[in-house]
Design a protein around this ligand. Structure first.
Ligand SMILES: [Zn+2]
Length: 491
């Protein structure tokens, strides 16, 4: 067995090995579309490291989530297809300068930054969200931009060498935002002064040329320099990324060399994580309705989503497919993890489940499935409360399952008793002192004694209780309905 039960433990120890008073965790995201499960990992994984660190050692930890609102708008997302005309007019502009096509927010970026804030609040994470344009406006990048301009040949060599890509002759670290048409993807620096920061650019879209200075903050650095720069500005100790950044020739390789050879500092600790998949496809490309996280968190508690994203190995691809038939199993898996007692005898899988629950768990007062069963019968929490204690936290999710048609088939029923003319002696044998398991077993005993298939009895009784061929476990159902009530209704 490995020394660490969970990757967050290993990374927290690696951080503590730096022996600092304050630790800085950074992460980043481009708010170009609705929050999907891949975006959740971008803030959840740093949060897991934060929590693992706090469990070991109560040192100060700062955590910044850099939101790249200066990235160029480059596609129409599925949820905004109806607004493609407006969006297409704004293509190539930084997300912050593109319009919100519905006119509800001040910019395209604001629409999704808002959504991101909302989703993050549901996960109760500790990252401070920082819009990268604010960092530019404060002049935090200026120093680095000058360093890159002054060392442009070396910087260019590092990028070419680490990416394996030839850069154009007139390549420049600065990506100007055109002052006429606002595009960032069509401009090119044609001359610059590496001491003063003056530069001149031309826009291939509108033909504009202009002399300006980096202190005007109408530019962004090329991505492979942008990334190590914000890490240096924040004095980051650790920042991870998906396999696309951490693959050979990816931007992590560039960042490491920029830190050590140009900025003269240690690069942050890096870690690589896998994709979240839906039926084998990357979530970010998923077009499934209801699969956006803003919808998912109405159906599944955020803690349970977090648990399921954290119970894997870090570099493993995560298959996450919350269909209405699977969600209940996911919730039960989470509730079972609450009961795991740590010991050396745990399997590797249970060690990870235990660790994921320790980071994001919430001990339920009563099983979700139990509440779902009683709610299916009574459809009124005040009536449910007469029979079982309820966990208030779960009530809104169960109600949402009903509102949105997310109740698994076995629980999607109403009580419609009909008189029976078969198996009467079985039902007559039930009494209120029997447990759900006793009732369940009585069917098997009866089946064996009378040479009838148990399935036939179950099917018959479900049909006479809830007018369906199947349902929740019969013992549980009869117990929840009340043995006396069932007997008087169907006998
Ligand atoms: Zn222009």
């Amino acid at each position: 067995m490995e020394r660490y039960w969970h990757w967050s433990d290993r990374l927290a120890d690696q951080l503590l090995g730096l022996n600092k008073d304050t630790y800085v965790i950074t992460a980043g995201i481009t708010p170009s579309g609705p929050v999907h499960l891949g975006s959740v990992c971008e803030f959840l994984f740093p949060e897991a490291i934060y929590r693992a660190l706090k469990l070991k050692n109560n040192k100060t930890v700062k955590m910044y989530f850099i939101v790249d609102v200066l990235d160029a708008l480059d596609s129409v997302t599925v949820d905004l297809q109806d607004y493609s005309d407006i969006i297409n007019q704004d293509m190539g502009k930084p997300l912050k300068l593109a319009r919100d096509p519905k006119g509800e927010f001040r910019s395209y970026a604001e629409r999704y930054v808002n959504e991101l804030r909302y989703v993050m609040s549901k996960f109760k994470v500790h990252l401070e969200l920082v819009e990268v344009s604010d960092m530019y406006d404060q002049g935090l990048f200026d120093k680095y931009t000058l360093i890159y301009l002054q060392n442009i040949d070396k910087v260019k060599e590092i990028i070419q060498n680490t990416s394996g890509r030839e850069l154009p002759k007139d390549w420049n670290p600065v990506m100007p935002i055109c002052s006429k048409c606002n595009r960032i993807d069509s401009t090119r620096v044609i001359s610059y002064d590496a001491i003063t920061g003056d530069y001149e650019y031309i826009c291939n879209n509108c033909g504009n040329t202009e002399r300006t200075n980096i202190k005007e903050h109408r530019y962004k650095l090329q991505w492979r320099l942008h990334w190590p720069s914000w890490q240096a500005i924040m004095d980051s100790d650790i920042e991870g990324g998906g396999v696309d950044h951490f693959t050979k020739g990816g931007s992590r390789d560039t960042a490491v060399r920029i830190h050590t050879e140009i900025l003269g500092r240690n690069p942050p600790i890096g870690y690589k994580y896998g994709f979240v998949l839906l039926d084998g496809k990357k979530y970010s490309k998923s077009k499934g309705v209801g699969m956006y996280v803003r919808d998912m968190i109405e159906l599944i508690p955020a803690e349970i989503i977090a648990y399921h994203l954290l119970k894997y190995d870090l570099e493993e691809n995560i298959d996450f497919n919350p269909t209405k038939e699977k969600i209940l199993g996911m919730i039960e898996d989470f509730e079972d993890a609450a009961k795991i007692i740590p010991s050396d005898n745990l399997t590797r899988g249970d060690r990870k489940r235990y660790s994921a629950f320790r980071l994001f768990g919430r001990h339920p007062k009563v099983a979700f499935k139990e509440m779902l069963l009683y709610y299916s019968i009574y459809r009124d929490w005040n009536r449910v409360k007469i029979h079982i204690p309820i966990d208030e936290y779960y009530t809104e999710f169960i109600e949402n399952w009903y509102k949105r048609g997310f109740v698994p088939d076995d629980y999607d029923f109403s009580y419609k008793p009909k008189k029976i003319d078969r198996f009467r002696d079985l039902v007559e044998s039930w009494n209120p002192n029997m447990s759900p398991l006793d009732i369940h077993n009585s069917v098997y005993d009866y089946a064996q004694k009378n040479g009838v298939a148990a399935n036939e009895i179950f099917k018959y009784l479900y049909n006479h209780l809830i007018a369906k061929d199947r349902g929740p476990r019969l013992g549980k159902l009869v117990y929840a309905l009340g043995v006396e009530r069932v007997k008087s209704d169907i006998l």
